[in-house]
Design a binder for this molecule. Structure first.
Ligand code: G3H
Ligand code: 13P
Ligand code: ZN
Length: 314
C-alpha cells in the first residue's frame, strides 16, 4: 500500500523544517500497541513531528498485518507529520518489503560492510525508494553496543568526515547516520566524563551543510527509571546514557533525527515492575501495562520538550 493512504509523510520536508528551525525530530522505536499509543499520544499532545521506528525484529514480533492495522487505526492526517520508518534494514529485500507495506522511510544499514559495498547497497535502496517518494537513511561508521544482529558491533569506528560528501553524492540518500561516540543499549559510557566527538560532528556538518544528520544510540538512560527497576526487583547496574546537554549541543550542529529506544524500554519496565510489585493482588494486565505506557508517554513528552526542541513545530 502507498504510505500516503495511511496519512503518513516521508522525512524530507520534516528534516528541512528541522534544520531551518534548529530542532531534531524524535525517532522512537515501538513494538506493540502500548508503545505505539504512548509515543503517538506524546507527539500529538506536544504538537511535535515524530518518526515511528520499527526494527526488523519488531516487525517480525508484531507481524506486518497487525502493525499496519495499528497504523491505520491511528487515523493520521498528513498535517501531523508522522513518518513510519524501518530502523536498521539489513538488506535490499527488507527495505523493499517495508516500502510495499506502506513505510514512508527506510534505513539501509550496511555500515559494517566495506565502503564500496555500503555505497552500492545504499544506492540500490535509494533508487528503488525514489519511485515511491520514500526517504532513505544510510550509515557511515559503526556504533558500539549490542542490540540485535544488525546493530551488534563490539568496536566503535567513528565516521570519517573525509568520506561523507562522496558517500552522499554516490548514494543519493536523504539522511546520513553518523558515529561520533553514541552506542545502542543502556551501557553507553564507562564514566560521566566521556564526551561525544563534537570535533568530528563539526567537520561533518561543514562538509555537508544543511544535510540531515542522524544520531543513533542516543538514549539518555534516565536514572529515575534505572533506580525504579532496581527498587522493584530488577537488576540493572552501571547503566549510563548520553547526557541531555550533549544531545542538545548535537542538535545545534545539524543533527536533525535522534533515535531513542532504550529509554522507552526502561520507562516501560520500570512502570510495569512497580505496578506488579505494589499491587500484588492484581492480575489484570491492562493495569500494569497502563503504568508502563504512562511512563513512556511522560518520557517522550520530556525528551520532545527538553532534548529535541520539537514541541509546537507542527
Ligand atoms: O537500534 C536498534 C533498536 O534499538 C532495535 O532493537 O531489534 O531489539 O528491536 P530491536
Ligand atoms: P538507544 O539504544 O540509545 O535507545 O538507540 C536506539 C536506536 O539507535 C534505534 O535505532
Ligand atoms: Zn540504531
Amino acid at each position: 500500500m502507498d504510505y500516503k493512504d495511511f496519512g503518513l509523510v516521508n522525512t524530507k520536508d520534516i528534516f528541512s523544517d528541522a534544520i531551518s528551525k534548529h530542532y531534531a525530530v524524535p525517532a522512537f522505536n515501538f513494538y506493540n500497541m502500548e508503545t505505539l499509543s504512548a509515543i503517538v499520544s506524546a507527539a500529538r499532545d506536544t504538537k511535535s513531528p515524530v518518526i515511528l521506528a520499527v526494527s526488523e525484529s519488531a516487525l517480525e514480533y508484531m507481524g506486518s498485518n497487525l502493525l499496519m492495522g495499528m497504523i491505520w487505526g491511528l487515523n493520521i492526517k498528513p498535517s501531523e507529520k508522522i513518518a513510519l520508518h524501518l530502523d536498521h534494514g539489513g538488506s535490499f529485500e527488507s527495505c523493499v518489503n517495508a516500502i510495499k507495506l506502506g513505510f514512508s522511510s527506510v534505513m539501509i544499514d550496511a555500515s559494517k560492510k566495506p565502503f564500496n559495498t555500503n555505497v552500492n547497497l545504499s544506492r540500490q535502496v535509494a533508487d528503488f525508494a525514489q519511485q515511491f517518494d520514500v526517504s532513505v537513511e544510510a550509515e557511515l561508521g559503526t556504533l558500539s553496543g549490542i542490540e540485535d544482529e544488525n546493530t551488534n558491533s563490539k568496536d566503535s569506528n567513528y565516521t570519517d568526515p573525509n568520506d561523507v560528501v562522496n558517500f552522499v553524492n554516490a548514494t543519493n540518500i536523504d539522511s546520513l547516520a553518523i558515529a561520533i561516540g553514541t552506542s545502542h543499549g543502556a551501557y553507553k559510557r564507562k564514566s560521566d566524563k566521556e564526551e561525544l566527538r563534537f570535533d568530528i560532528l563539526e567537520k561533518i556538518s561543514q562538509e555537508l551543510p544543511e544535510f540531515p544528520l542522524v544520531l543513533h544510540g542516543a538514549s539518555s538512560i534516565p536514572k529515575k527509571f534505572v533506580n525504579m527497576i532496581n527498587e522493584y526487583g530488577g537488576r540493572i547496574s552501571d547503566a549510563r546514557g548520553i547526557p541531555a546537554e550533549q544531545l542538545k549541543r548535537a542538535v545545534k550542529m545539524n543533527i536533525c533525527k535522534i533515535n531513542v529506544d532504550s529509554d522507552s524500554r526502561l520507562a516501560f519496565t520500570a512502570g510495569t515492575r512497580k505496578s506488579l510489585f505494589t499491587e500484588p493482588e492484581n492480575f489484570n494486565p491492562r493495569e500494569f501495562l497502563t503504568s508502563g505506557m504512562k511512563n513512556i508517554y511522560e518520557n517522550c513528552v520530556e525528551e520532545i520538550k527538553n532534548i529535541m526542541n520539537s514541541e509546537n513545530k507542527i
